[in-house]
Design a binder for this molecule. Sequence first.
Ligand code: 4AD
Ligand code: MG
Length: 477
Amino acid sequence: MKAVNRPGGANVIEKGSYIRDILRQPVGTTVEAHGWVKTRRDSRGIHFIQMNDGSGFSDLQVVVEAGVVPAETLARVTTGACLRVCGELVASPGAGQAVELKARVIEVYGDADSATYPLQKKGHTMEFLREIAHLRARSNTFGAVFRVRNVLSAAIHRFFQERGFLYVHSPILTTSDCEGAGALFRVTTLDLMNLPRTPSGEVDTTADFFGRPAYLTVSGQLEAEIFALAFTNVYTFGPTFRAEQSNTPRHLAEFWMVEPEMAFADLDDDRRLAEEFLKYTIGAVLEEARDDLEFFNKRIDNTVLATLEHVVTSGFEHVTYTEAIRLLEQARDQGRQWEFPVHWGADLQSEHERYLTEEVFRKPVVVTDYPKEIKAFYMRLNDDGRTVRAMDVLVPRIGEIIGGSQREERYDILRERIDAQGLNADDYWWYLDLRRYGSAPHAGFGLGLERMMMYLTGMKNIRDVIPFARAPGEARF
Ligand code: 4AD
Ligand code: MG
């Protein structure tokens, strides 16, 4: 968008400018703005319209003086209507904006029946807004959420691109279970009412589209490993799917994951990358989506800004799983009630993770070296034979935001781990092949994009930081 100086006249803005840019233009500029009406108020024959096109947090205030716009048109300017407004920028006497638009012409692109338009100025609950996911993107809160998500996504790519990581598009349809946890969505073109059967009565999956059972991927990691063992440093960034029946504010059935994978790297390198990555992306959002973060700080959670600013300047804490268990047992012995009992060998639950990061360390904590029984088969076995080179990054309010590990690069040990977890080694033949041909130490992690979004915005439910949430019983839009 450019402001051009017309000879002998005021500045004129080219057609179709973003409101964000219009608000930075000087008084006297002629502009054309498009957007949706947030509110309208009338006072002594003058009409004030707040409109927004999603380009920034601030609305454009349009002032319509008596008699300028036909009454029939004005009657159609209601909350939710979509408008084109032409006029001049004038100094705004109101607080919060330097300029406002004095309308000369208003065109209504689309009416919004005020008797039925669901998004009114009154604060709506998040639950209600989820029911109108086709309209909630126009609200202040969701405008801010999706602008932050956009800035975050761009910063993620920038972080890896600046460091020479190759972006890999890992497949969405797969025939392997990366996490070995079985929470897979099955994909089939078989006729469910008329399934082909083998002579012994089982479903004949050779007749299915891929000639074998297929699923939506739970993680791009295994494919990222293939690429790391060819391109050294790579990352995936795409949707992943988990059919867990976890109806919690932290789980989605479809979520986006960022997964870097580095060859010639161990768990310490992985931990450093995770810390650098979180600090970089948080710093970028603090800088580039300031208005939106200020809104979250004011309206959603007044600790958001201070927390984020603290994180980018302070070091992360590091404890081993064994040490974490000791701290949790110590708390229990001092009277802390845990819903899930703690003992060496038990998985850390959300309450434990949050205690460590919120109460013990009050900053992000990386927990490493978990018992092998509670982690995936691909994690590198430590010399103690009991723990693996796993890491989880825990942050206040969220708990686990990143899960990662150094990978098992030794063929024999990997093979044993696959067998010990009851997985079928034949399904992983190509993954095992990577350990037979030019294996190398390597490590990586996965960041849940929506967990990160919750951390950045203070939003309490993960369904409210993704455009269209998929969770048990929920896939309407
Ligand atoms: O810890 P997870 O399961 O790790 C992996 O999938 C590895 N393959 C990653 C890797 O090493 N490349 O998942 C990684 C992150 C979690 O820390 C969490 O932030 C997020 O993904 N996550 C979910 N987010 C929303 N809904 C769910 N159901 C999630 N499950 C995991
Ligand atoms: Mg995990």
